[in-house]
Design a protein around this ligand. Structure first.
Ligand code: SF4
Length: 378
């Protein structure tokens, strides 16, 4: 792209953004010039939290989480000193829990630094857990007004359309990074990157881009093609693996329910769950639950009626959870495949961070135990 073309696009985008940008977002006040330029007084902590929450999650979903977070952990020090369980509990429902754990670990790393200064270069941010080049660029430009390009999902879509890229963004990352850097306004990187993200979020939307309201429509190759929604070009869809998971909600004679805490590694690490595991080929679900509870907790149970069955799709697999009520019969529960196990009163389950799929299991259990309270388990 020529310097002149980049300059025209920049100018058009920033003029559009002055009128149509999403200026009400709390952590974007810095981008509107409310906070002083130069950065000495700036505190990138609110931006950092927001940027990590926004990875794979929409702004409208993030906003209430961010607001609650900033009340509970208003400073870097308050987050660094927090208990991980409380961090996960506050994140509950946002998904991709490793983001919360890495944010927590990053805060601890930063407060342990001898110089106590926020990083102002790419390397400094990339050294923190869970921070990739786009999140780092976004924090640096948004919090410090430094000229670093970004390439999040919205920006990939907008730029792929601008040039009508014949390749899916994942295969064209180098060229898209280069384009983002060429377009970036060196005088106003904070405003430019915010404008680019806002254009993607409000005008150049995934399914039906509003090209008639777009400041780039005269230069956009996808629009010129007559079918802008055909871009970005998609990868051929792949069939997601499907698994059935047998889950036991195990009660003891005291009416307590057994939960275990997942290992820290992997998807949903550190969260609590009801024990269970994959159904093997040809196995009855009751047998799956008995086997898994024996293998993972060294207990014997009597499998009772089905409590609930629910489907849940992750980005890489689809799961069906078939959940049965169980009565504990023998064996002291051992954390053979988890960090710890615990018997808790059903009313105490809300004190523990669970994956989203488990919320319906808890609701079904409470409705079964206390039908007179009218809990809706559906
Ligand atoms: S003209 Fe349409 S497709 Fe092109 S950038 Fe604008 S909204 Fe997106």
């Amino acid at each position: 792209m020529s310097t002149e073309q980049a300059s025209v696009l920049r100018h058009k985008l920033l003029r559009w953004w002055q009128v149509h940008g999403r200026h009400g977002i709390p952590w974007k006040r810095a981008a509107q010039g409310v906070l002083p330029k130069g950065g000495e007084e700036l505190n990138p902590y609110p931006t950092w939290v927001a940027e990590v929450m926004l990875q794979q999650t929409q702004l409208q979903v993030v906003l209430p989480y961010w607001q609650r977070w900033m009340v509970r952990f208003p400073t870097l020090q308050s987050l660094a000193g927090a208990d991980e369980q409380e961090v996960l509990l506050l994140w509950q429902g946002l998904g991709y829990y490793s983001r919360a754990r890495r944010l927590h670990q990053g805060a601890q790393q930063l407060v342990e630094r001898e110089d106590s200064v926020w990083p102002r270069d790419l390397e400094g941010w990339l050294a923190l857990p869970g921070i990739g080049p786009s999140t780092a660029g976004s924090i640096l430009s948004s919090a410090f007004d430094l000229p670093f390009p970004i390439l999040d999902g919205n920006v990939k879509r907008v730029l792929s359309r601008l040039i009508a890229s014949p390749q899916p963004p994942v295969r064209n990352s180098k060229a898209l990074w280069q384009l983002s850097a060429e377009l970036l306004d060196p005088e106003q990187p904070r405003s430019f990157n915010q404008a680019l993200m806002d254009l993607g979020a409000t005008v150049c939307t995934p399914k039906t881009p509003s090209c008639q309201h777009c400041p780039w429509s005269d230069q956009c190759a996808a629009y010129a093609s007559g079918d802008p929604a055909a871009y970005p070009v998609k990868e051929a869809p792949r069939e997601l693996p499907f698994q059935v998971i047998g889950v036991g909600v195990v009660l003891n004679d005291a009416g307590e329910v057994l939960i275990d805490q997942r290992l820290n590694e992997g998807l949903l690490g550190g969260l609590w769950e009801f024990p269970g595991g994959k159904q093997e080929s040809g196995e009855a679900i009751e047998a799956t639950i008995c086997r898994e509870l024996q293998e993972e907790l060294a207990i014997e149970v009597e499998v009772g009626e089905e409590l609930i069955s629910l489907d849940h799709a992750y980005s890489h697999k689809r799961l069906r959870f078939v959940v049965h009520l169980c009565q504990w019969r023998a064996g002291e529960p051992q954390p053979l495949a988890s960090q710890q196990v615990r018997w808790v009163k059903p009313q105490q389950l809300s004190d523990y961070p669970f994956p989203a799929a488990n919320a319906r299991i808890i609701a079904a259990l409470l409705a079964r135990l206390h039908p007179e309270e009218g809990t809706d388990a559906a």
